[in-house]
Design a protein around this ligand. Structure first.
Ligand code: PAF
Length: 301
């Protein structure tokens, strides 16, 4: 299969690197990473089976690409730009493997190809250009963005599973996206603000805050007609925090590197949907305000 991974940061490089063992993969990445991958390949650390060095193609220019599948792994605030670049090429299908809400809709309004929704709970870190480490085993869940099943989703699921990625093809992606949102709302801002690993949200004193942010998200999901109980959301958040306990969340990585975060598409999204539905979500509101304050202080917005 000809696959483009658009946004080869930590997760994109891990997924793209594993797929590159058997497929014709092109990574769209930042300059230094793309150059190193072109010159000396991509080293995969923390993955058990198969070669630990692969040689995908790598470029910084995402326009005019041809592929059977484009896996979009850019930050949520870059989704529109990624979609516009992909729309200039010839892409048969698109899979969003991103944090936050609204990415699939943005892709679908800008690209003609069918869009699959996906979530990923792998912990990954780009150690240096050309080197990605898997720091927490997780799962990829994917399926048609409005729910239901499709032969295309099954095919992509089989391709990912054969590459060694734990993959589930789901027929309830809208609910799965909210469940993942509840996971990220609980883990990401707290680990970012406190510079801790994901496991910190399982311990006092952070755990009460993380659990409340997760519960609030489940409450908002239900107000949006998505069946997600507090218990299910908490179980999902705690399972991911345990499996990736030693991992630095993507938002913690962003703060450490002084980059813009995905707060708007995670806790900020929860606050917006809560307001629309007349709900109070004080924990999500506070976490959003703190991260936005940090971003403004750093001139990142
Ligand atoms: O954003 C992240 O870091 C990831 O979605 C997750 C699953 C929380 C693991 O760190």
């Amino acid at each position: 299969m000809k696959i483009v991974v658009f946004g080869a940061g930590s997760l994109g490089s891990l997924v793209g690197g594993l797929l590159a063992r058997d497929h014709d993969v092109t990574l769209v990445a930042r300059e230094a990473h793309a150059r190193t991958v072109r010159e000396s390949g991509l080293r995969l650390e923390g993955v058990v089976d198969g070669p630990s060095r692969v040689s995908p193609a790598a470029t910084t220019d995402g326009t005019g690409l041809e592929a059977d599948l484009a896996v979009v792994t850019v930050k949520s605030f870059d989704t529109a730009a990624a979609a516009d670049a992909l729309a200039t090429g010839s892409i048969e299908a698109v899979l969003s493997l991103q944090n936050g809400m609204g990415n699939e809709a943005t892709l679908a309004t800008r690209i003609e190809a069918p869009v699959l929704a996906g979530t990923a709970t792998y912990g990954a870190i780009l150690q240096e250009p050309g080197v990605v480490e898997c720091t927490g085993s997780g799962e990829i869940v994917l399926g048609p963005r409005d729910g239901g099943s499709s032969a295309r989703a099954e095919r992509v699921g089989e391709t990912f599973a054969a590459a060694g990625l734990e993959t589930t093809v789901a027929d309830d992606m809208p609910r799965r996206l909210w469940e993942k949102l509840a996971v990220n709302a609980g883990i990401n801002p707290i680990t970012a603000l406190t510079a801790t690993e994901n496991g910190a949200v399982l311990e006092e004193p952070a755990t009460d805050l993380a659990r409340e942010a997760t519960r609030e998200t489940a409450r908002v999901a239900r107000a949006c007609d998505v069946s997600l109980s507090n218990r299910e959301a908490l179980a999902a958040m705690e399972t991911v925090a345990k499996a990736t306990a030693a991992n630095t969340s993507s938002m913690a990585q962003d703060l450490a590197a002084q980059r813009r975060t995905e707060i708007d598409a995670i806790n900020g999204y929860v606050v917006e949907r809560a307001v629309e539905n007349g709900l109070e979500v004080p924990t999500n509101r506070t976490l959003t305000a703190l991260i936005r304050t940090w971003e403004q202080g750093r001139g990142r917005r």
